[in-house]
Design a protein around this ligand. Structure first.
Ligand SMILES: Nc1nc2c(ncn2[C@@H]2O[C@H](COP(=O)(O)OP(=O)(O)O)[C@@H](O)[C@H]2O)c(=O)[nH]1
Ligand SMILES: [Mg+2]
Length: 274
């Protein structure tokens, strides 16, 4: 089950004064996320579209970025929150709060735009300093449908037919359409470039390559447009953050206050336990 929470960003305020209000349906107010995943990357790489594809099984050519959202995904018995930037990346308005405590970060670039990969290192990586110490990183090259014929056929997350027909299921798309649905663009970022960035991310975080998930597993090429690799991306991460949830729960249990014990203890005048 997926619950969408809308985040309202007031455009009349300056970037550093923006107030973010989270509204949630009354019936879901009790659902507390067990873990947080954030999606980061330059404007227009397709972050909102990836989330929309996964949660709504659809693709829209124009999608409102300002006033984004976070989603709550039930994964087994756990609630996973997935945070979108609400368009604040374009104003350099993503503070340290955005990644605070994140168990996984999705660093997203556009495969047709070299600069979008460079920006991940230059602008976005430092924002992850506040993420959990055992945070998992995925590097995601989106818009693969523009460069790779095999990404033009939907493999997961609904298909292009879904997008055009408002979610109505039609005949499955052929595995490899010929000729390609649209002329291919020059691929500016190869998977090897992304894997090299993954190595640098690990070094930046002071993580050992040997003990971290391998680059081949953590670098994805996706298409929010066709759904290519989208389910694979999110569900791989959901499985990988489960140990983090269990650890958090164990820590929570260990730090639980014994109410009976504290009731029994005497209080001093200053209100402290004696
Ligand atoms: N061809 C193609 N276009 C995409 C894809 N994902 C997003 N777009 C388009 O790229 C633009 C920016 O997408 P958006 O999700 O708003 O990017 P964001 O700023 O990173 O959230 C929109 O016009 C989308 O329709 C994709 O996988 N393939
Ligand atoms: Mg967006």
């Amino acid at each position: 089950m997926i619950i969408k929470y809308s985040v309202v960003v007031s455009p009349s305020l300056k970037a550093n004064q923006r107030q973010v209000t989270t509204t949630m349906p009354e019936s879901t107010k009790m659902k507390k996320p067990d873990v947080k995943i954030v999606i980061l990357g330059d404007m227009n790489v397709g972050k909102t579209s990836l989330l929309h594809r996964y949660t709504e099984r659809k693709f829209k050519d124009t999608i409102s970025t300002v006033g984004g959202a976070f989603f709550l995904k039930q994964w087994g018995p756990y609630n996973i929150s997935i945070w979108d930037t609400a368009g604040r990346e374009q104003f350099h308005g993503l503070g340290s709060m955005y990644c605070r405590g994140a168990a996984a970060v999705i660093l997203t670039y556009d495969v047709t735009n070299w600069q979008s990969l460079a920006e991940l290192e230059d602008r976005f990586l430092s924002l992850t300093d506040t993420a959990s110490t055992d945070c998992i990183f995925a590097i995601v090259g989106n818009k693969a449908d523009l460069t790779d014929p095999h990404a033009q056929a939907a493999t997961s997350g609904g298909g292009q037919a879904d997008a055009e027909l408002g979610g109505v299921q039609t005949q499955p798309l052929p595995a490899c359409p010929t000729p390609p649905a649209s002329p291919l663009l020059n691929k500016q970022v190869s998977k090897e470039d992304a894997m090299a960035l993954y190595g640098r991310v690990l070094r930046y975080k002071g993580l050992e390559e040997k003990t971290s998930p391998p680059a081949e597993k953590m670098c994805f090429e996706t298409s929010a447009k066709t759904g290519y690799n989208v389910d694979m991306l999110f569900e791989t991460l959901f499985d990988m953050v489960l140990p983090s949830i269990l650890k958090k729960r164990r820590e929570g249990e260990n730090s639980t206050v014994d109410l009976e014990e504290s009731r029994g203890s005497k209080r001093t005048k200053a209100g402290c336990c004696a």
